[in-house]
Write a protein that binds this ligand. Sequence first.
Ligand SMILES: NC(=O)c1ccc[n+]([C@@H]2O[C@H](COP(=O)([O-])OP(=O)(O)OC[C@H]3O[C@@H](n4cnc5c(N)ncnc54)[C@H](OP(=O)(O)O)[C@@H]3O)[C@@H](O)[C@H]2O)c1
Length: 491
Amino acid sequence: MGNKTSSIKDLTIVVIGASGDLSLRKIFPAFYALFQKKLLPERFQIIGFSRTEMNDDIFRNKVKTFIAKENIPLSEMDEFLKKCFYCRGKYDAFQDYERMGDLIRKLEEGHLSNKIYYLAIPPFLFLPVSNALAHSNLIHTQEEKGVWTRVVVEKPFGRDRESSDELTAGLQKVFREEQVYRIDHYLAKEVIQNLMILRFANLILEPLWNRQYIQNVRISWMEDIGIEGRGGYFDEYGIIRDVMQNHLLQILALVGMEQPIRLEADYIRDEKVKVLRCIPPVTLSQLVVGQYGPGILQCKKCEMKHGYRDEEGVPKDSITPTYAAVSLFIKNRRWDGVPFLIRAGKGLSKRTTEIKIQFREVPGNIFAETAPQLTPNELLIQVQPDAMIALKIVNKIPGLSLVLGESNLDLSYESAFESRVPDAYELLLLDVIRGDKSLFIRSDELESAWDIFSPVLLELEKKRIQPVIYPFGSEGPYTADLLASKYGTAW
Ligand SMILES: NC(=O)c1ccc[n+]([C@@H]2O[C@H](COP(=O)([O-])OP(=O)(O)OC[C@H]3O[C@@H](n4cnc5c(N)ncnc54)[C@H](OP(=O)(O)O)[C@@H]3O)[C@@H](O)[C@H]2O)c1
């Protein structure tokens, strides 16, 4: 664990791209939640930087609309908003960063503050912004008088291994690796954090957590919305880069890794890297790609939805996948031969993220007369829409005759834990302040994750592999079901 926030007295947070969706919807509300919980240092200020014409008042009003909820004492909100400032500037204009430097020094009132730069901007701006920060002397590469500088970078970290390496090398010209916090907000979701506790703080699962008892692992990420106006961004990246290579591989690593030596960031990340390095690169035969066409979303007033190619900013002949399913194998003693099936898709019938661990069939079924096929046990770990863990078991259905049926031993977070589940960004930002990197991606993790998908991504594009079109609001392409059935299972 990193430092406590109480030992940090002065902090300046600069959100670059402050006018954007992520900044207003996630970052400022998360800082406000930390402020309410008295987890921000004694003296802090948050400066928003972007090109949009705004002054402090307009910016504060914008922030206010995103944090204002019922039951918030107005005085508390005002106290927070008074700490928010706006600096208008162009991302590559050194003189604008120099003006920001003047503002920071004025707000510091003689106390040199720790600095967090949050890059909430499109990825092509990461390097120009980092270089401009360095050029304007806004980065302390070494701690001076115990004062540090950290930078937070959002995904996507490149489009493939090569561009990711270039980005890493570019950032390392300006920041040391210890200063870089690469966010994958899935890692901070309660249920995902709980994976390590579930596995390593309980005795009963770990002896079964291997190829001898587990038949397959299925990880699904599904959304019932399309690309929601982000056509330009999405068409360049697609679902494999947007979701699979990062969120889903991180989840897989937590399911598959060995127990870390201790609960320290580098030990945890060492184990994740090891397991990722045991996965050979994906080939086309392991992969299914799809793209949503027009269709009807049943649950939302039977609305007719556009197909992907009719979305704004998407070329009519786009082959970018909005759905992908893949079978991965971890070539080590624990997992050899166990398929890890992962799928991600947009424009589907429901919104869910879940992990299913399916155990093998019980050998020597003595109930064969009434139940010729015993349903295998399955552990469900659901991240959203509702956080829950459920273990499917076979049970006697109460009655005078012997009838077996499936039941769930389940733990719903909502009913079991009364406290509000914090947003992932709250914990991540607190960890940046504390200097705890357990939930952030190290550069070698990133490299290993790209090594798994880069070759097949290149091949998809080079050969212009056409995705299978599936109707919006459906379960996805039929080919994904065929992939699962190849391994004797269904999603
Ligand atoms: N939104 C999310 O939920 C989410 C989730 C995961 C990751 N991310 C990542 O987080 C970062 C920020 O996301 P976002 O959704 O907030 O992005 P965004 O709204 O598209 O962009 C943020 C700000 O950057 C500036 N900007 C946008 N496009 C630009 C361009 N072509 N040239 C120069 N400036 C431009 C705009 O500010 P000005 O015009 O005022 O300068 C904009 O308000 C991205 O890297 C994104 O991939 C976002």
